[in-house]
Design a protein around this ligand. Structure first.
Ligand code: 3H9
Length: 697
């Protein structure tokens, strides 16, 4: 018996307790401890029933993911559960916190489940590119029905104990002391002489077998490119079509196939990358945080109102500030409309919507911000405007208030210099739509205080964002990397590759959308203005830069908002339709620059767009702008629609092999010129046969 699992016999009930912080994952110590305790309880004459419970904040949250990819020390979870299934005494699982993955599979192998009302259960393996691999796909449909099992297993959704109880998955929902309740339940089972409720003895039936194909078709759209969700459907179908042992065999086979594939490796990498992003290099974990109960947002446009919603949803007081009362009203209306929409969609109640609305106020006077804990500026991207805002904030905000800018490009240190308290200034770069996108770049200025950093990272978590630390540079991590991506999209157009081919190649690679569709969505006029200003300033802007985009803008093709950009859009539709007028404009631009069409493969299109991202990321790492490669992956997955199953640009680069990437880039340099200068860090790692992952800290 190990200390991770202990057993106590009280009144003929064996209480087996798992204690493996932080989440009671099924490590080797837990698996072997469980096996010996259960066997001992089975053999112990006086034991009439067994209660399985966990210490700490949660029931078992699943297999120990850190053990994946290493040789598995026996007993493997499926073997442990097969063993438990032979036990002749009732086993009651006592669930609190989250019973997830292998944890729920353990609970499903018990004969009964008693859960706190606050507990949740789920099989989230699909989110790690896997399927439940210890009988979960066979037991869940048998006890909870095929429909709920398909939903939970293919989505990874956690369900409340109340919902679980309705489906028969939980036998009793309790309040108060969980262990006492579970012991009482076990005693009752013994007293009543109830037969063992062994799920493996049950059958799973489905009223309409078409449900499987319907799920496959739906998942092919909603989880495009992912292998695991499709396999999940296959194994749930096996629960209906095969006996338990046969179904488990199929589950095992597909589980191992997924486990050894790159998709699951990528998704497991992201699981840890997300958590690692929260660790700020050089910042003591014990750094105190400042209290933030009230927030002011400067600027009530789309971004400002989106940011405001995050804090209102968390029950915080929010003040919107706009100089024009008309714009202020529009912002407030926008937020009200969002809450009304949530009520109409049945996502929240009218009372919840009213409570959030009541937390919102508006003003045009900076003097009214004298008591707020945090201010986030989301005004026009112009240093003069920022100077005006931050000078006023410095004048009116209380000492200790955190002054944040949502700038996506401007220098935070310059912005901080407009105040007498640069240590209180930080960048909080939200992504649009700000109430939906999970990424938050937390920009650490030269003088940003440690407790301001710690507060910002905590705040990110509180509002359900993933905070990633970035140093100060033009575009920070995410937008800076886009520069080469945009440049190559333009270069490919000048090589005669049709917009639709460029976008399709990237879409097929797994990006949420291709670069030109993205340009249309963001609006082509933004880049046009920047290039114009740079040219007027006398900056050296290559003639190829925006050669096509500028012509489009000048022809009134500003993107989706104008109904036309790289594509044509029908009124009210976001579907891009290829447009002969664009082909004409491309031809003109090519002729003006003496370009002829080249024969370029889809593979080259992908490389020419993705490798500049990787190259710029290598520079960003070298300069210390990003703390670690996995942070860059988190930025691209959560902010830029990079395919999750490829793990982000850094993880993807490692899977392609840095040597191969450098070889291709050298080839591109010889064919396309100096834009393909290889970052020293990338070159060095390739020469040393190393990976970006080797730089992790
Ligand atoms: C599985 O079960 C396969 C089986 O079907 C078949 C097997 C044959 N393992 O998220 P947090 C760490 S697949 C190892 O910040 P929260 C995590 O890295 C598994 N470590 O806390 C972090 O470490 P650090 C299916 C794990 O309160 C710390 O615990 N299960 C695991 O916000 C705290 O985590 C899942 O996919 C693990 N399984 O959320 C559940 N889980 O502090 C995955 C967590 O060093 N876990 N850690 O950064 C979760 O969803 C959340 O962690 C949970 C707690 C909801 C439990």
């Amino acid at each position: 018996m190990t200390s991770a699992v202990t057993m106590n016999i009280v009144d003929n009930i064996a209480v087996i307790e798992v204690d493996n912080p932080p989440v009671n994952a099924l490590s080797f110590a837990v698996r072997s401890g469980l096996q010996s305790c259960v066997r001992e309880a089975e053999q112990h004459q006086s034991v009439e029933a067994i209660v399985l419970s966990c210490r700490g904040k949660t029931f078992i949250a699943g297999a120990d993911i850190t053990e994946f990819g290493k040789p598995m020390q026996p007993p493997a979870l499926p073997d442990l559960l097969a063993d438990m299934d032979t036990i002749s005494k009732p086993i009651v699982a006592a669930l609190h916190g989250t019973a997830l993955g292998g944890g729920l599979e353990v609970a499903l192998t018990c004969h009964y489940r008693v859960a706190l009302a606050s507990a949740k259960v789920g099989l989230p393996e699909v989110l790690l590119g896997l399927l439940p691999g210890a009988g979960g796909t066979q037991r869940l449909p048998r006890i909870a029905g095929v429909e709920l099992a398909l939903d939970m297993i293919t989505s990874g959704r956690k369900v409340s104990s109340t919902e679980a109880a309705k489906a028969g998955l939980v036998d009793k929902v309790v309040d108060g002391d969980l262990l006492d309740n579970a012991i009482a339940f076990a005693k009752q089972v013994v007293a009543d002489g109830q037969p063992l409720k062994r799920i493996s003895d049950m059958t799973a039936t489905v009223s309409d077998p078409a449900v499987f194909d319907e799920y496959r078709a739906k998942l092919a759209k909603t989880r495009r490119g992912f292998d695991a969700p499709q396999y999940c459907v296959d194994v749930v179908q096996a629960a209906v079509e095969c006996d338990f042992a046969e179904g488990c065999k199929k589950e095992r086979e597909l589980f191992l196939k997924l486990m050894t594939g790159t998709q699951s490796q990528a998704q497991r990498h992201l699981f840890f990358a997300e958590r690692q992003a929260g660790h700020v290099v050089g910042l003591d974990k014990a750094t105190p945080t400042r209290e933030v109960n009230s927030v002011a947002i400067i600027g009530a446009g789309t971004m400002g109102s989106g940011i405001a919603i995050n804090f209102l949803n968390k029950g915080m007081q929010v003040t919107l500030l706009e100089m024009s009362l008309e714009a202020l009203e529009r912002g407030i209306e926008h937020i009200y409309a969002y809450y009304d929409g949530q009520v109409n969609k049945g996502r929240i109640t009218q009372d919840q919507a009213d409570a959030s609305k009541a937390l919102l106020s508006g003003t045009d006077a900076y003097a009214e911000l004298d008591s707020v804990d945090l201010v986030i500026e989301a005004v026009f991207e112009n240093m003069g405007v920022k100077k005006d805002v931050f000078t006023k904030l410095d004048k009116y905000c209380k000492p200790g208030a955190i002054l944040a800018s949502n700038t996506s490009t401007l220098n935070i240190d310059t912005i901080a210099s407009f105040t007498s308290r640069p240590e209180d200034v930080i960048g909080l770069h939200f992504f649009s739509p700000a109430n939906i996108m999970r990424l938050l770049e937390v920009v650490r200025g030269e003088k940003t205080a440690d407790d301001v950093m710690a507060t910002a990272m905590k705040l990110a978590k509180d509002i359900n964002k993933i905070g990633v630390v970035s140093g100060v540079c033009d575009g920070f991590i995410g937008n800076r990397m886009l520069k080469g991506y945009g440049r190559e999209a333009g270069a490919l157009l000048l090589d005669g590759v049709a917009p639709v081919r460029i976008d399709k190649a990237l879409y097929d690679f797994g990006m949420a959308m291709g670069p030109l569709t993205m340009g249309d969505l963001a609006g082509l006029d933004v880049g046009y203005r920047v290039r114009k200003e740079r040219r007027e300033r006398g900056d050296d802007v290559p003639v190829t830069d925006g050669a096509i985009a500028d012509r489009l803008v000048e022809a009134g093709r500003l993107g989706q908002k104008a109904g036309k950009g790289y594509y044509h859009y029908e009124a009210g539709s976001r579907t891009p339709i290829p447009d002969p007028e664009v082909d004409e404009i491309i031809q003109q631009a090519m002729a003006a620059l003496n370009r002829t069409a080249k024969d370029i493969s889809d593979e080259e299109i992908v490389k020419r767009l993705i490798y500049p991202l990787i190259n710029e990321a290598a520079l960003i790492l070298d300069e210390g702008i990003a703390q670690r490669p996995s942070d860059i992956d988190v930025v691209y997955i959560y902010g830029y629609g990079f395919p999750v199953y490829r793990g982000g640009p850094m993880f993807y680069a490692d899977t392609v092999g840095l040597k191969n990437i450098v070889a291709d880039m050298e080839d591109f340099k010889s064919r396309y010129g100096d834009d393909w200068e290889i970052a020293p860090l990338l070159k060095q790692l390739a020469e040393q046969g190393r990976k970006f992952a080797d730089l992790a800290k």
